[in-house]
Design a protein around this ligand. Structure first.
Ligand code: ADP
Ligand code: LRH
Length: 491
């Protein structure tokens, strides 16, 4: 039952943060230590511009954040790292072979055909249980000109963990997003690996959340001004976010809402039926061997890229004001297909939405407020149809929808989701991913009486710390509540 603190490194596609979680028998308190922007960097590559992640800068930011964390709390008991999924670094003899590609780089498209030629789509699904996304790691690796030179591939959180500890490992929840993990055995699938023409030693040994990766390298301990073990967490950010859903019942669906919206339910075993494959549902690995049965439904990327377009060469856009103007729109706005591939790469999102509308016989939105309303109406519509599919395929009874992550602050989106799904929406916590990261570490090192706790017990801890904002389905003329998530403690 001892109290103590752990550091969570949470890297999202748009921003990263280092948060110290203080855990005792009264619950958990989150202290933000560092926040830094993240995003694609463009590098010229012979005949095209390629998108990468600047992992060297991320490592520098993580080190600076941890230094700050140890400066404030020298007795930090553990460090955990999570990030967005699917992207990997290639190494040879322990040395980075180049900046990792960004999943929005178009290169991966060339990997799909060759992999499917070896393992047809239906067989691939029977093996890995994954929604077909052309940027799944297996397709990226099959199209990566550097792969034959490498003797190791590490997913992004595993790379940062390696740089902190010198230990190479693959954490299983994130490994489940690669397409190379077998959904039933939960081990690397040799047939899929062979289909992508990958050497057998390329993929490291698998480990589970809660396992200890190792102590900080002496040089790292020196740089951060402290020493603590790195503990593996649900290193796929969505896996950590799902740990921190403040559910008190089991009839819930979740939407992990950030750059992407991950819409789904938690199951005990994968569903690999034809219906699941035809609906393009995914079986990702959760903490404690649970299955995150979900769909990846695009997300606030549509909004953040629109804002980035509007800000180009002009003054900064006030997000709160923009969302308020969208809430005030009374004219009908078009509902577009948020999954259309034209929205995947970075670029002028409002222009692409307008083109989609025109091509589909709809009038394009006429103002920034209408664009935002159109994006949010389209996302909420996609959430509702996805939940319908997921409940039909799993035959699960869903009575409430938890929205967690940055998007849970978007009151209009939460309300529209309640309206479109006809279900109550419970919004928050905002930093669910970091909180899930903290809780899995706290359990592993035995803080706050959480040693050996079940996922349900961890979720009760979250529910005690955060009171979600409730949105009730309504007629479209009612106003959107103006409250923000209430906090019992600072989460
Ligand atoms: P990721 O981890 O994918 O980078 P986050 O969970 O940090 O994403 O969520 C980022 C999103 O949260 C932003 O794109 C933005 O739309 C939304 N967001 C952030 N702050 C606010 C706010 N104050 N009000 C409404 N939405 C917000
Ligand atoms: C969300 C996320 C999502 C993946 C995507 C690449 O951050 O991890 O679960 O599908 O990034």
């Amino acid at each position: 039952t001892k109290s103590g603190s752990v550091a969570a490194v949470d890297l999202g596609a748009t921003s990263g943060r280092v948060i110290v979680g203080h855990v005792d028998t009264d619950g958990v308190r989150m202290e933000h230590v560092a926040r830094f922007p993240n995003g694609p960097v463009t590098l010229h590559e012979r005949d095209r511009e390629a998108l990468h992640w600047d992992v060297v800068d991320l490592d520098r930011q993580v080190t600076a954040g941890l230094r700050d964390a140890f400066g404030r709390h020298p007795s930090i008991a553990s460090i955990g790292i999570d990030s967005w999924a699917v992207d990997y670094a290639l190494l040879r003899e322990g040395r980075l072979l180049g900046l990792p590609y960004h999943y929005r780089d178009a290169r991966h498209e060339q990997g799909v055909g060759p992999v499917h030629a070896q393992v047809p789509a239906a067989e691939l699904y029977a093996r890995n249980g994954l929604q077909h996304l052309p940027f799944n790691t297996v397709f990226q690796l099959a199209a990566d000109p550097t792969a034959p030179l490498a003797d190791r591939a590490l997913l992004v959180p595993d790379l940062l963990g390696y740089w902190l500890t010198g230990v190479e490992a693959a954490e299983r929840t994130n490994a489940s997003t690669t397409g190379l993990l077998n959904a039933t055995t939960r081990g690397w699938d040799p047939a899929v690996r062979a289909a992508a023409r990958l050497a057998s030693g390329l993929l490291p040994t698998l480990h589970d959340p809660g396992d200890r990766l190792g102590p900080l390298l002496p040089s790292v301990a020196d740089a951060v001004g402290g020493q603590a073990p790195v503990t593996l967490v649900g290193s796929h950010d969505t896996a950590s976010a799902v740990v921190a859903v403040p559910a008190t019942e089991d009839d819930f669906a979740y939407i992990s809402s950030g750059t992407w919206s991950l819409v789904g339910v938690e199951l005990d075993a994968p569903v690999l039926t034809d219906a699941a494959r035809e609906a393009n549902c995914t079986n990702e690995g959760g903490v404690d061997g649970r299955v995150r049965f979900l769909k990846n439904v695009s997300g606030l990327w549509l909004l953040s890229e629109s804002v980035r377009t509007w800000e180009r060469g002009c003054e900064a856009v006030d997000l709160e004001a923009l969302l308020a103007s969208a809430a005030a729109v009374t004219a009908p706005v078009p509902v577009f297909d948020v999954a259309d591939e034209s929205f995947t790469p970075p670029g002028d999102m409002p222009a692409r939405i307008a083109t989609w509308c025109t091509e589909h016989g709809l009038s394009a939105p006429a103002s920034r407020a209408e664009f935002v309303r159109s994006i949010l109406e389209s996302l909420a519509t996609a959430y509702a149809s996805t939940l319908e599919t997921i409940t039909a395929v799993t035959r699960r009874d869903v009575r409430q929808v938890h929205i967690v992550g940055g998007g849970s602050q978007n009151r209009l989106l939460c309300q529209l989701t309640a309206d479109r799904t006809g279900l109550p929406v419970l919004a928050g916590p905002v930093e669910a991913t970091a909180l899930g990261n903290v809780l899995v570490q706290a359990r592993a090192v035995g803080l706050g009486g959480l040693g050996g706790a079940s996922l349900e017990a961890l979720r009760r801890t979250v529910a005690q710390a955060v009171e979600p904002v409730r949105y009730t389905p309504r007629g479209t003329s009612l106003p959107v509540p103006r409250s923000t998530p209430r906090r019992r403690m600072s989460v």
